[in-house]
Design a protein around this ligand. Sequence first.
Ligand SMILES: C[S@@+](CC[C@H](N)C(=O)[O-])C[C@H]1O[C@@H](n2cnc3c(N)ncnc32)[C@H](O)[C@@H]1O
Length: 174
Amino acid sequence: MRTSGTIMPSSRILVKKILGYIDFSKANVIVELGPGNGVFTEQILKKLNKNATLICFEIDPTFYAHLKAIKHSQLIVLNTSAEFISLELKKLGFHKTSHIISSLPLTFIPKEVSKNILTNSYQTLEDNGLFVQFQYSWSYYKRLKEVFKDAISLHFEFRNVPPAFIYKCIKKQQ
Ligand SMILES: C[S@@+](CC[C@H](N)C(=O)[O-])C[C@H]1O[C@@H](n2cnc3c(N)ncnc32)[C@H](O)[C@@H]1O
């Protein structure tokens, strides 16, 4: 399915590796883009500190219904495209986020939309906030670099189907 970009949910090893980048004692608003069947969502909820909130953006109605069935007082699930991250957070009274975890299939998303997603994600991140994106190739590096400049590191996890390139991007203090 093109909106999904893959046939398999992410492996537990990939999830553990990416969530290892987050200091949950300091993360108060975490945003997840493209949660799908909730493989990251459920693990984030286990680690979330008790004052924190997780906000998920999922456009697929079936995945959305599945995520809504996870009853958790710290979870907000929106059936809205990730490009509206800034607007939706403001509506909820959260102006910034410290962490964005994205599994979006950026290479399958129309260029204008993916550009808006990256720009609005950057704008919504607080200074020194972390944006993590994984993809199945390194071809997105240039596009992320246009937004995050040199504050990107590229990592690889082969224990995933398909193996994943992880882009770890920081919003440098301005
Ligand atoms: C590759 S799947 C990832 C699922 C899960 N997070 C995982 O790692 O296994 C990508 C997900 O992004 C969702 N998606 C695609 N475009 C989106 C958009 N513009 N806004 C929000 N979600 C989107 C798809 O519906 C799909 O659930």
